[in-house]
Ligand binder design. Structure first.
Ligand code: GUN
Length: 291
């Protein structure tokens, strides 16, 4: 079994981006990070995004509205960022509080600043295989991990566990695209799927993105499969200073001896998501500077 080292691949990407940004003589790319409330996981993700931006030379603007913000106020904030010529990319960290319609917020972000790729237009471009838009960061990171670890999806059965807008649906569309490295035969499984283990056992490449700790067990995986674990679940652990440990959607101890390649948690998909966000921000900067 080989570990797919997301930290190492992300470090390479970040170094490439840093070298590229260093060549920009005038204004640097600017990313607006909006985090509503104090969700602990979101606090840590936004910090990591801010830190990586600084490392690359991307300016970040952190906006922290209170959890009580109304949808209308959040729309007004996004409108002002959309109109601000100094801002290249906008990210509204998910999850949002229950009283806010998250998809409506994603739609509000101007497509040319939508570095998260959740706007209707950018998701549509993934379906149309149009490269001019933004691909959401986690699915893009998964494709990059597969490519850089030498996994070609052509002729392979790719089984995606989970149909979220953030991961499941877009990664399935990317794996399906008729292009080099992709061209997979794709099945999407979800909470309504009957006899799920029978389907996952057919996977040459299994992408687990359901947000349930240790859900994928040894009996669900074909020997020799490539396993991508997108889960970042916090499970209580009294031996840790933080009181929790991070675990994926895959039972690593059971599954890793079976598969040909697997991503660890942490250190697999997570770091790639941040690297792809920076790549999208630099792309937004180029697109906006071109006109
Ligand atoms: N929450 C979990 N993943 C993501 C992501 O890629 N973008 C945003 N905005 N929120 C998330």
């Amino acid at each position: 079994m080989d570990l797919i080292d997301g930290n190492q691949i992300a470090t390479t990407l970040i170094a490439e981006l840093k070298a590229e940004v260093a060549t920009f003589t005038g204004r640097k790319p600017c990313l607006a990070l909006v985090r509503v409330g104090e969700d602990p996981a979101s606090v840590s993700y936004v910090k990591k995004k801010e830190k990586t931006a600084a490392e690359i030379g991307v300016t970040s603007r952190i906006i922290l509205p209170p959890v009580t913000i109304t949808q209308a106020e959040l729309f007004a904030l996004i409108d002002s960022l959309n109109a601000d010529p100094a801002v290249d990319g906008i990210l509204v960290q998910s999850p949002l509080p229950k009283h806010i319609d998250e998809v409506a917020v994603f739609r509000r972000v101007s497509p040319d600043k939508d570095v998260d790729g959740f706007n209707t237009l950018n998701l549509g471009k993934v379906a149309q295989e149009d490269d001019t838009g933004f691909v959401s960061c986690t699915p893009a990171g998964i494709m990059e991990l597969l490519a850089r670890s030498g996994t070609d999806l052509k002729g392979k059965h790719v089984v995606v566990l989970g149909r979220s807008l953030i991961v499941g649906k877009p990664v399935a569309l990317l794996a399906l695209q008729k292009r080099a490295g992709a061209n997979g035969t794709v099945t999407i499984c979800h909470s309504g799927t009957a006899n799920l283990p029978a389907l996952t056992r057919q996977a040459d490449v299994l992408i687990a993105a359901i947000g349930r700790a240790d859900f994928v067990t040894a009996d669900m995986v074909k020997p020799g499969a490539v396993v991508i674990d997108v889960g970042i679940n916090r499970v209580p652990d009294a031996t840790k200073k933080t009181g929790y440990r991070l675990t994926g959607d895959v039972n690593f101890a059971q599954v890793s001896p079976l598969c040909s390649k697997i991503t660890p948690v942490p250190g697999g998909v997570g770091p790639m998501t941040v690297a792809m966000l920076m790549k999208n921000t630099v792309k937004a900067f180029h697109l906006r500077s071109a006109h």
